[in-house]
Write a protein that binds this ligand. Sequence first.
Ligand code: IMP
Length: 189
Amino acid sequence: MEKKKIVVASSNAHKIAEIGDIMKGYEFISMKDAGFDGEIEENGSSFKENALIKAKTVAEALGVTALADDSGLCVDTLGGAPGIYSSRFSGEGDEGNRKLLLKQLEGFEDRRAHFECAVCLYSPGGKTLFATGRTYGHILEEERGNGGFGYDCLFFSDDLKKSFGEATEEEKNCVSHRFRALEELRKLL
Ligand code: IMP
């Protein structure tokens, strides 16, 4: 039987492959391959809103079902920052973001944090499914490991008892916020 095709509102091939590994039984294609090359303004005020904006924009433009995710790092002591601003925290890319985070946490004992991911599946006509996932840990005093991306080498995972930067991709994918959100979505489908 032919697999149902779902367009992912992303051009990140790595992310699309990861989604396909978790949600077996569907074929995922990038929005670009599906014919969407417009800009999407992520101006929501939560992960969920941003995921909806991305999925809805692509679904309505192409007339197909679209899946989008939005994620980031939330640090308790910083009131949940950088949160939805995780990728633009310092305005200077991943390395600048990590430096700024360490600077803002200087002198703080409570370094608890979690990654959060919201996923949204939007079908033309407005049928919408949401799911969220979290993974907990704390922010290290210095970088550990050099795997992954973003804040991985500063995030010590409660589940893995090591930083995401020290973990293999398989290890991280078993406990990640994105994995948990997609698992939740899979159950809803
Ligand atoms: P996106 O919504 O998945 O593109 O993620 C937005 C930003 O959140 C990224 O640019 C990273 O700074 C941060 N982030 C999200 N997920 C992760 C992760 O698994 N590891 C490290 N950083 C992440």
